[in-house]
Design a protein around this ligand. Structure first.
Ligand SMILES: Cc1cc2nc3c(=O)[nH]c(=O)nc-3n(C[C@H](O)[C@H](O)[C@H](O)COP(=O)(O)OP(=O)(O)OC[C@H]3O[C@@H](n4cnc5c(N)ncnc54)[C@H](O)[C@@H]3O)c2cc1C
Length: 431
């Protein structure tokens, strides 16, 4: 494929025309930086409206970022930390908070260090942000699905109209145009930002189909991150406890123990404590099949205290009553019974402190909070531009990084969006 040449067609503004494809947090932030920097920005998205995953993140309160010190913060990105550090150091958590407050959304830091808008949802933030972008002159085109490059080197889009010129759709910034009589819309902006997201929750727009649109570019396979895992529950257990929370538990795997919550699902287990260990669990399963995690149902009680309560004679009580008197809720009792039925012979206190949970596989990426994998860092220069395709910049979850929940996902999306926007401005100005 020939690289897309910048368009200097002579139309006013063509030399500074930028297409941002993908209207999630990364693309929207790139569009803001670009518009403030004097570019003529058109933002295109395949969905009928923008920021759908951001809105869903708002259902959980919209954990924007985290208040911990930057070195600890950056370490959450593991191997990708060195690649993300310049972007996050330039647009760090404090800048994200200030930006959010600049949009009229006051923030607060919870006891865990997580930062949220006071509104605990994304809709007011997104609404004000889109109005700000419109004020900055960003043109928005929804229902425009990017299909890759056409034979002439233009960006090809499937649109509701499918045919026709941009002029027939009302004002849009001055791109070079090669309007075909039929077939997809074709655009030739001076530069392009791709911010197409990962592959979780595909009905919100980011379906990962872009991985087929960048031939010759190394892409680490998209895999579920912050995901649940399948467990072969008995039918009795599943019917009784599906959808119920396991509160104040601790989950251990690979030398790490995470306190938190989990939820029993029809096919397994998900929730915060599981997500925190999900990268290690996923990789261990990929390397060698099912793994056993250790579930502590009473992390607040020592093994000795539990043994004193549980491992003596039951005095004629049923097993369930015996466990109930030791302070276990019905779902924990159900888990102990499930383990005994499966042939576990360890003393009860041991089962409560270190219940073996056999995890068969990660749940499908469509159900995951985020994606691991994406475009390999070696493909990008320091401006977030594809080395093989000058003028094409990338941002957000489509890059090869993963992070736990806690605000790290959105922070990296906002920061890389800003970095790609700055990268385009640098490139357009010939620096
Ligand atoms: C349930 C849930 C809760 C979450 N909660 C949090 C949280 O509290 N804190 C946090 O940090 N993170 C959270 N996340 C993760 C966070 O929302 C994502 O990491 C973030 O939205 C990714 O941003 P992005 O801009 O890279 O991609 P996306 O937000 O996925 O946006 C990509 C956009 O690209 C568009 N697109 C894709 N392909 C094409 C194409 N071919 N043509 C045109 N447009 C296309 C899509 O329609 C979409 O609008 C949550 C995710 C989920 C699913």
């Amino acid at each position: 494929m020939p690289p897309v040449e910048p368009d200097f067609s002579g139309e006013p503004g063509a030399a500074r025309s930028v297409a941002v494809i993908g209207g999630g947090p990364a693309g929207l932030m790139a569009a803001e930086v670009l518009a403030r920097g004097g570019a003529n920005v058109t933002l295109l998205d395949r969905m009928p409206s923008l920021g759908r995953k951001l809105l869903i993140a708002g259902r959980g309160g919209l954990n924007l970022t985290h208040g911990e010190a930057l070195p600890a913060f950056l370490a959450r990105y593991g191997e990708a930390a060195p690649h993300l550090t310049p972007a996050i150091a330039t647009f760090p958590p404090a800048a994200l908070v200030a930006w959010c407050e600049g949009l009229g959304q006051e923030t607060f830091t919870g006891s865990s260090g997580r930062v949220f808008p006071r509104a605990l949802k994304a809709s007011p933030l997104l609404r004000t942000w889109l109005a700000r972008l419109a004020g900055l002159g960003v043109a928005i085109r929804t229902r425009h699905r990017w299909l890759g490059w056409d034979a002439a080197g233009g960006l090809a889009f499937a649109t509701p109209e499918a045919t026709g010129t941009l002029a027939s759709r009302g004002p849009i910034h001055a791109f070079g145009r090669s309007p075909p009589a039929t077939g997809p819309l074709s655009l030739r902006p001076a530069a392009t930002v791709l911010a197409l997201g990962g592959a979780s929750w595909p009905r919100l727009g980011s379906d990962g189909a872009w991985t087929a649109l960048l031939p010759g570019v190394a892409i680490a396979p998209l895999r579920p991150a912050n995901c649940g895992f399948t467990i072969a529950w008995s039918e009795v257990f599943r019917r009784r406890f599906e959808g119920q929370p396991l509160k104040r538990i601790a989950l251990g795997f690979g030398g790490r123990v995470v306190r938190g919550e989990a939820v029993v699902t029809a096919t397994g287990i998900e929730g915060g404590a599981v997500y925190a260990l999900s990268a290690a669990l996923r990789e261990a399963i990929a390397a060698g099949g099912p793994v056993v995690a250790s579930l502590d149902l009473r992390p607040d009680l020592s093994a000795a205290a539990l043994a004193a309560r549980l491992d003596g004679p039951r005095g004629g009580q049923s097993l369930a009553n015996h466990l109930r008197r030791a302070g276990l809720p019905p779902i924990a009792i159900g888990l102990v019974q499930e383990a005994l039925h499966a042939g576990e012979t360890a003393p009860l206190s041991r089962l409560v402190k270190a219940m073996p949970l056999r995890l068969l596989a990660p749940q499908p990426i469509a159900r995951a909070i985020s994606s691991a994998g994406g475009v390999a860092w070696a493909e990008l220069d320091a401006r977030f531009m594809l080395r093989a395709r000058p003028g094409i910049f990338l941002a957000g979850e489509m890059l090869d990084w993963e992070a736990p929940t806690g605000g790290y996902l959105l922070q990296a999306c906002f920061s890389t969006g800003a970095a790609a926007g700055r990268g385009v401005l640098d490139w357009l100005s010939g620096r």
